[in-house]
Design a protein around this ligand. Structure first.
Ligand code: VGL
Ligand code: ZN
Length: 202
């Protein structure tokens, strides 16, 4: 059985939002159309406390998009985004949510970022998504949403590590940086993942 995993289709990641991905909004209608092709649809939400350690403003003297070492891990410092219960953290208003059976929230721990839908960036804590999908007999995962080379990419890599077949639907994602996305796609293929366009879905 196959599941569609919709990553972080939230207001802050689309044009006008705090951490906007170029063209992030134009994939919403495609993601809506794709949902009916899957046995299960699941979504994630980036869901940070205001004092989150991934926000540049919470590190004196540091700038947005700078990379620092924090608690032993490399961390890109982001603009304040997806603060819990804020409008920026809401799903895009046009995202169809009636078939989304479960929403997994991540990035809630102040001291560690969590790009992947499955684990935090230090792989210390699970979100429970892997067990949830396995319990439902799902073995094939298809990924869409934002941002392609961050939360979508790290989710795919963790899915492969946890033994799922993982496929990126390339026309249903957008990246912050094109060169970084090219590198991410190579890593996905190297790790045994697949990359398709939505017209290849049966
Ligand atoms: C994301 C940066 C920071 C994402 C989340 O959803 O790709 N990127 N937080
Ligand atoms: Zn975030």
């Amino acid at each position: 059985m196959k599941a569609l995993i919709i990553i972080d289709m939230q207001n802050d990641f689309v044009p006008g939002g705090a951490l906007a991905v170029k063209e992030g909004d134009i994939i919403v209608s495609l993601i809506n159309k794709l949902q009916e092709k899957f046995d299960l649809v699941v979504a994630t939400q980036d869901w940070h406390p205001r004092d989150h350690s991934s926000f540049a403003v919470n590190h004196a003297g540091k700038n947005e998009f700078e990379t620092i070492t924090f608690e032993g891990h490399s961390q890109v410092l982001w603009p304040v985004h997806c603060v819990q219960n804020s409008e920026g953290a809401e799903f895009h208003p046009k995202l169809q949510t009636s078939r989304i059976e479960a929403i997994f929230r991540k990035g809630t721990n102040q001291n560690i970022d969590s790009y992947s839908a499955f684990y935090d960036n230090a792989h210390l804590k699970s979100t429970g998504l892997s067990g949830y999908l396995k319990e439902k007999g799902i073995s094939q995962l298809y990924f869409c949403g934002l941002a392609a080379e961050y939360c979508v990419y790290f989710s795919i890599m963790d899915a492969l590590k946890d033994g799922f077949k993982a496929t990126l639907i390339e026309d249903a994602t957008r990246a912050l940086s094109h060169p970084d996305f090219l590198e991410a796609k190579q890593q996905i293929l190297k790790a045994g993942g697949h990359i398709i366009n939505s017209d290849e879905l049966s």
